[in-house]
Design a protein around this ligand. Structure first.
Ligand code: AHR
Ligand code: AHR
Length: 493
């Protein structure tokens, strides 16, 4: 027996819908053959795959990060504008391929406009210069009679794009990155990029490049850039073939958000900074199978991965006062919820939690309390291939949950992952106030076993089941099945 205790007065933050953001990198079949496939019968007249657009629309993606990822650290954006036949193919040294530059800034912006999503551009701080970053801002947002704004107009885009979110480099701390730096060097360089980019357009929001949130890098870069940045980015990938190592690892997201939040609070206090600095979790996902570039990162996801993704989302809801932007890495084919072939697509298991959260979670986070037994998990049981041991972050309750309500307080949605591999768990939802539940729906993501996967032949092994529950009562007792995610959407009288 377990319980979830809900006090509608305990509001813990307002949820920024940008936490449901996506990410596309010029890598493998994410852009070319993913969102963009010229001359395909499945594409529109611009080359955008219509079936992919429909699947992305159902995810209600509000924001899209581009063009990388590691790719951006060798990308010269000017190669990707103007007549397509004049664009130079370039050696691509992040993933060792060739970049044709058929998809560039104007195509990305058209895609964002068509999909009604906010663009978020990460600039090249590897081979790229300060001037390239500055002129990219001018090309996108410039309104005056100046060279780069005029070039945008000449390329057929009279109105400025007003790109609001700009990232100051990608994973600059990593040896795998073109132009990796020490944190001190990054602070110096990013400060100069930040100044000139903001002078070009003072309305933009800048995202400083973070590591996991608990590294020495973060201790140095957060105070070093605090004056200049509006967001600080974190990246986290987890995953393991071992069920419990897989589903429990997103506890690292809670840890990362709490660690980086503390560093931000200290920096803002010590430096008397009045503007907020939020976390942009601008790469996160399960990813451990297809690590090598040769596999084009075409990870196939199972049910246990979908449960891990659900726990990441629960963590973002629980820390909604800190994390105001997040980008699942990535959107199509490359470690992605949507998987295409030239003939069609299927939805991977991880698509379903993303869709349910974006569709049903409301704008206000509630600080709920879960009482359930814990799952035993020790360092020896941690079979994660990543160098981030997490057993010490426990104990881990069987149920991992978050909850939201709308402004009226009458609609409440509770997302619950039952992480137990074998046992269903009967759970009472207890409200602090007298409430009457007028109607209740349950949306469940589950499958035969934690290894169940979707593919082209069996696209619905893991999908969403919807049930209408009995109502008119004060409390609900609900049995969360083993290895499942359930969203309970309650309408209160
Ligand atoms: O999303 C895949 C890669 O993971 C990105 O290119 C990089 O930023 C990270 O290492
Ligand atoms: O797990 C089954 C659910 O538990 C039923 O839908 C609900 O009525 C019960 O509380």
């Amino acid at each position: 027996m377990a319980s979830i205790n809900i006090d509608l007065a305990r509001k813990s933050g307002s949820i920024d819908r940008n936490i449901y953001g996506g990410f596309i990198e010029q890598l493998g079949r994410c852009v070319y053959g993913g969102i963009y496939e010229e001359n395909s019968p499945l594409s529109d007249e611009h080359g955008y795959r219509k079936d992919v657009m429909a699947a992305v629309r159902d995810l209600r993606t509000p924001l899209l990060r581009w063009p990388g990822g590691n790719f951006v650290s060798g990308y010269h954006w000017t190669d990707g504008i103007g007549p397509v036949e004049n664009r130079p193919p370039q050696m691509e040294l992040a993933w060792h391929s060739t970049e044709s530059n058929r998809f560039g800034t104007d195509e990305f912006m058209d895609y964002c406009r068509t999909m009604n999503v906010e663009p978020y551009i990460c600039v090249n701080m590897g081979t790229g210069t300060m001037d390239e970053a500055r002129t990219w801002v001018e090309y996108c947002n410039g309104t005056g009679n100046t060279y780069w704004a005029n070039l945008r107009r000449k390329n057929g885009h009279e109105e400025p794009y007003n790109v609001k979110y700009w990232g100051l480099g990608n994973e600059v701390y990593g040896t795998w990155q073109i132009g990796a730096m020490t944190p001190e060097d990054y602070v110096k360089k990013a400060t100069e990029f930040a100044k000139i980019m903001k002078w070009t357009d003072p309305s933009i929001k800048l995202v400083g490049c973070g590591d996991t949130g608990w590294k020495d890098w973060d201790d140095i870069v957060i105070p070093g850039l605090a004056q200049y940045i509006d967001y600080y980015s974190l990246h986290l990938y987890t995953g393991s073939d071992d069920y419990y190592s897989n589903v429990l690892a997103p506890a690292l997201a809670d840890f990362a958000l709490e660690s980086s939040r503390a560093i931000i609070d200290r920096a803002r206090y010590n430096q008397k900074i009045e503007h907020p600095i939020y976390i942009a979790y601008d790469e996160w996902n399960v990813w451990y199978r297809k690590r090598a570039a040769e596999t084009a990162l075409e990870e196939r996801y199972n049910l246990s991965d979908a449960l891990a993704v659900s726990s990441f989302l629960n963590s973002f809801i629980r820390h909604s006062d800190t994390v105001k932007l997040a980008n699942l890495a990535q959107m199509v084919n490359v470690i992605a919820p949507i998987f295409t072939s030239p003939e069609g697509l299927f939805l991977q298991t991880i698509y379903h939690p993303l869709r349910l959260f974006a569709e049903h979670m409301q704008d206000i986070a509630l600080d709920i309390h879960v009482e359930s037994e814990s799952l035993p998990f020790t360092q020896e049981q941690d079979k994660s291939p990543y160098g981030f041991p997490f057993a010490s972050l426990g104990p881990f309750k069987i149920l991992d949950a978050s909850a939201t309500c709308d402004a009226s307080g009458k609609t409440v949605t509770i997302a619950v992952v039952n992480r137990h591999r074998e046992q269903d768990l009967s759970t009472t939802l207890k409200f602090a106030d007298n409430v009457t539940i007028e109607s209740a729906y349950a949306y469940e993501v589950n499958g035969d076993n934690p290894n169940s996967e979707n593919d082209f032949e069996q696209p619905n092994e893991v999908s969403i089941q919807e049930h209408h529950l009995h109502s008119g009562e004060q409390d609900i007792t609900y049995t969360f099945p083993a290895h499942s995610l359930t969203l309970l959407r309650l309408q209160l009288a």
